[in-house]
Design a protein around this ligand. Sequence first.
Ligand code: GSH
Length: 208
Amino acid sequence: MELHYHPLSTYSQKVLIALFEMGIEFEPKIVNMFDPEQRAQYRSLYPIGKVPLLVLDDGHPIPESSIIVEYLNSISDGVRLIPDDPTEARKTRFLDRMYDLYLNNNVGALFFELRKPDAERSQSVIDGANEKIAIMYNNMEDNLSGKHWNRGEMFTMADCAAGPPLFYAQQIAPFDDKPNIKAFWERFSGRPSYQRIMAEAKPYLDAM
Ligand SMILES: N[C@@H](CCC(=O)N[C@@H](CS)C(=O)NCC(=O)O)C(=O)O
């Protein structure tokens, strides 16, 4: 199967972590999101135009990072990222949604707003994003209390979702006053799956 993605995309990283943690082989297809021609070409494959996208060997496309992780979890014969227990699975999916919708999306919005020239920045976008991030930091800090990962001892899809935005967040919405998040970030960023992703991302980060 092919994974269409960009190394700096947090949603792509969420899926890459799942693939590496599960040891599932795939063909990497980097989509240069900064090149209009490549973006247009990619839209002919997936009109919504967002990465990541998994394309199975029979051509079946699976978009949306959480749905891709669900699929990978269903075919993995080793590591699983969604617990089998229905209640645990629901709680994992809930945290995954929260981290995607309210942490990742707002860190992304803040990051891109702050990259704009002063005159083009919207203070209401900045304030709105900071407000949601602060709420998510409080939730995350509480949730991680006494836990190694978001759901306890098991590394799950919720951790795959929570970790990548923290890389950008540490620059623009620091979490130094949140010891549980800091400890999570240290554990998460030390995982071999994430280190592998960041090694691939480094030239793109340097260029940015
Ligand atoms: N809900 C989607 C979000 C994917 C997403 O927002 N990807 C960003 C990169 S991190 C993207 O493709 N942005 C380009 C665009 O919006 O055109 C998922 O979970 O996969």
